[in-house]
Design a protein around this ligand. Sequence first.
Ligand code: PLP
Length: 425
Amino acid sequence: MSDKKLGFDTLQVHAGTEPDPATGARQVPIYQTTSYVFKDADHAARLFNLEEVGYIYSRLTNPTVSALANRICALEGGTGAVCCSSGHAAQIMALFPLMQPGCNVIASTRLYGGTLTQFSQTFKRFGWSAKFVDFDDLDAVREAIDDDTRAIFCEAIANPGGVITDLDAIGKVAKNAGLPLIVDNTASTPYLVRPIEHGATLVVHSTTKYLTGNGTVTGGCIVDSGTFDWAASDKFPSLSAPEPAYHGLTFSETFGPMAFTFHAIAVGLRDLGMTMNPQAAHYTLMGIETLSLRMERHVRNAAEVATWLEGDDRIEAVTYAGLPSSPYYERMTRICPRGAGALFTVALKGGYDACVETVSKLELFSHVANLGDTRSLVIHPASTTHRQLSEAELIKAGAAPNVLRLSVGIENVDDLIADLDQALS
Ligand code: PLP
């Protein structure tokens, strides 16, 4: 059966995998091997020349990791996908074939704090830069684009505020500028948002979060829509010009819609080595089978917790886009009609000190630097994930000093509300 015809719940269990051809094992085996025996010298040469697809060495590909990449690809409605060692690795791997020294990315101000730091600081070491813009101001996004821009980057549901990006509008800006739109779909997952349907060229994930769902392993994934014409301009020579390390092969000509994916494996993983290991892929394959069931409960619990918090006197504001009072509510019904996710912030009237005290008193909510676990999680971004930012940057990123970020889990919602109530008091 073609994956295209199957529903999401079926794909999350079956896509990308078949019973193991060697043993019939029903579950995807953990192929714990670094290398694969070539049939003969010709076979090895064809693999190394990219004339035949197959397994060479696990820095590049591994059957367990490929099964996960194919499953995420099917869930996102992409053409090809590559897994890597973390969400941050996925961001670098997505940009690596697009960028050169002197080039820039137009990035939303509403991004995970670690991404803001990666883009504003570490990029400099590569000669890259990022221009941060409020993505609700489409004119500002258009004006920021210049001849050296190579990509537009945002999160579908932004960490920490849970703000929903108008992907349709940003997708049009990117298309008119002839630029790829890269969407981090970590906080939304393909169950809530399928960015490719809204104009994304590439989708990146921290599989560490909801896709795995059990807080066991870090991982990342890049899904390519396969729709961007890399040869339409001279801006993307890694994909559209001859590659010296492969005897002058041109990825866009040879692999068409799979150009990005083949480049990400054959050059990106080969040279950057940000490989996902098969154990990590196994844990994520286990988690992803229940993604839709978990996301339904996450969303239902988050909506109830946010509604309760909004009605409480100790609370200044709640950013949950699923609340009818949210300025992003209409956008939610268009971009993610199944719900606004389970990640949002809550501003406490008691300020910074009240945040620190509440975090220490919570019992069911764990104080951790993670999100998207089955367990409810809490963090105070200003003193942790976002502590590198100035006060102005904190406010722009939706992480003011009196703000807590909640990642609402799948526990009984009454217990979660009772825990928040006792901690706030
Ligand atoms: N993108 C988002 C939205 C995140 O929240 C995170 C981590 O919290 C990342 C990317 C980075 O992912 P990882 O920690 O797997 O590198």
